[in-house]
Design a protein around this ligand. Structure first.
Ligand code: MSP
Length: 526
């Protein structure tokens, strides 16, 4: 039976570049939580997509000698391809150029217009095309040439003087927002980012320009066709679009899935999600999302990774070396979600060999092999009393520990809790020395208990690792004669000790994670 709905998004990504390690990080994080919730019995909506409007995309298209639409169309396979490669289980992929998105944008801003939240004015200030963001003069920096540059990306800004724009009365939302943060203390996550946002809002809010009139690559506003929605006034509405807002045929889906439990975003765009987004929704009278989680940046040698600083290494390159599952596992377990984290090839190989090749993969190989050798490749019957053993004890508290970590979006902690069981199971096998028990016919029951317990631990470990590594978990289950671990929707029940059926065929198979040698890898992230 379903536990209810769970809805989560990634940002919708700009299409000026193909997905890279940074965007893949957000996406794999959201997928890991989506997969966990699905396995835990929730009906999950998981929305991602592409942010296609705005000057930056139009400029990129022009440089390629293509129309903006043709350029965006050409990028869709690049995004979907990488997400498929990484086993991203999204339920909708929203392109801001699709018809249903135009309907959402038009419906939403018309409502705010009708409710008196918008006015037409003239904008005096600065615009950064790269960030697609407006800045007041006082917020800008100067570069070595004395030019005014964007405080975020340090690129020169454009003067947007006297441009006629529609404005949203964001300044009037200061008090309601502060009350909202007070009433929803866990809206902004991790809590370390909360103060930053609250201080910002306490400092006063300026009205927000929500349209452009000097530019036409966007959704026209129905109450003033000469204006297109400003990129963020368009992009944020991809979230409701992805679950059927403004689509009468998807009304039930929208009602079931709105509001979202989580928007996963990088810390650079938390302000848009923690200030502007709830302000828009409060003004419209729509329920607000439960949490915005602002994760940290991937760093190489202490600096934010970007295409130029990552030596152009793309997700596909790393997948070729490590495989999809180890890729996902490394980023989720080793880069604490919510903090900045250094990544390097050394560390990737180290984590791979320690956790996957030597611990989890090794456990599966040796236990499945011994089942072949001592029990003709069949799960032995567990003798009476076999459930009293250190593995069963550890496994019995695992769901609660794991769930508590997932509830805080602590992927590192959740992965470590499962790895602990794998480590203990390896020691258990070592200490029990089945190879000695096998020499003594009087100890066949004891041998059966050891092998059964170790196999049962493998079954349970695979289940909990499935949100991180669906493929290898499914393979570990297949070799135990079981269906797909990643498709279970009853994690808590399925992870209770003692369910591996005696007599199931056990297949030895190749190592799940063959050891890797750093010197033999021809990729450098720095
Ligand atoms: N289009 C907007 C989002 C609109 S959502 C309504 C956008 N797009 S983006 O393509 O620039 O996506 C950026 C996402 O990738 C952000 O969440 C950002 O934090 C993340 N990353 C980009 N580089 C990163 C790292 N080096 N490390 C981790 N994530 C970073 O912003």
């Amino acid at each position: 039976m379903s536990k209810g709905t769970f809805s989560i998004t990634t940002p919708i990504y700009y299409v000026n570049a193909a997905p890279h390690l940074g965007t893949a990080y957000t996406t794999v994080g959201a997928d890991t939580l989506a997969r966990y919730k699905r396995m835990d019995g929730y009906d999950v909506a998981f929305v991602t997509g592409m942010d296609e409007h705005g000057q930056k995309v139009a400029d990129t298209a022009a440089k390629k000698g293509m129309s903006p639409q043709a350029w965006c169309d050409s990028m869709e396979p690049a995004f979907r391809g990488v997400w498929d490669l990484l086993d991203i289980s999204y339920t909708d992929f929203v392109r801001t150029t699709q018809a249903s998105q135009a309907r959402s944008v038009q419906k939403f801003w018309s409502e705010l217009h009708d409710k008196g939240w918008l006015y037409k004015g003239s904008y005096e200030g600065w615009y950064c095309v790269h960030e697609e963001t407006y800045y007041a003069e006082g917020d800008l920096l100067k570069n070595d040439e004395g030019e005014l540059v964007c405080p975020d990306c340090k690129r020169p800004v454009q003067r947007a003087a006297g441009e006629e724009n529609w404005f949203f009365k964001l300044s009037e939302m200061q008090e309601p927002l502060l009350e909202f943060y007070e009433e929803h203390p866990d809206f902004i996550q991790p809590v370390t980012r909360r103060n930053e946002i609250v201080n910002f809002v306490e400092g006063g809010l300026k009205d927000l320009s929500i349209s452009r009139s000097t530019f036409d690559w966007g959704v026209p506003l129905p109450f003033d066709e000469g204006h297109v929605a400003y990129v963020w006034a368009d992009a944020l509405l991809a979230y409701p679009t992805g679950i059927g807002y403004a689509d009468p045929q998807r009304q039930a889906e929208f009602d079931a899935h709105w509001p979202y439990q989580y928007h996963f975003v990088g810390k650079d765009i938390t302000r848009f999600h923690c200030v502007i987004w709830p302000a828009m929704l409060l003004a419209c009278g729509m329920p607000t999302p439960d949490h915005v989680f602002g994760h940290g940046f991937l760093l190489t040698k202490g600096e934010k990774m970007s295409k130029s600083k990552g030596n152009g290494v793309m997700p596909q390159d790393l997948v070729k070396v490590f495989g999809v599952d180890a890729y996902r596992y490394y980023f989720m377990s080793d880069v604490q979600f919510g903090h900045d984290g250094n990544i390097s090839m050394e560390r990737m190989v180290q984590v791979y060999n320690a956790d996957l090749a030597n611990t989890w993969g090794n456990l599966v190989s040796r236990v499945y092999n011994m089942t072949g050798r001592y029990f003709e490749g069949r799960v032995p019957a567990a003798p009476a009393g076999a459930e009293e053993n250190p593995l069963a004890d550890l496994a019995s508290g695992l769901y609660e520990r794991y769930d508590a970590c997932m509830d805080k979006v602590d992927f590192t902690g959740a992965a470590a809790a499962v790895q602990e069981l794998a480590g203990v199971a390896n020691h258990y096998v070592e200490d029990s020395a089945p190879w000695n028990l096998a020499k003594d016919p009087a100890k066949v029951e004891e041998l059966a208990a050891v092998i059964y317990n170790a196999l049962e631990a493998c079954r349970i470990i695979a289940l909990f690792l499935a949100p991180f590594m669906p493929r290898t978990s499914d393979e570990a289950w297949r070799r135990l004669g079981l269906g797909k671990a990643s498709e279970r929707t009853d994690l808590q029940d399925a992870s209770r000790w003692g369910q591996l059926p005696a007599g199931n065929p056990v297949e030895k198979g190749e190592p799940l994670f063959p050891r890797l040698d750093l010197d033999a890898i021809d990729l450098n992230l720095e």
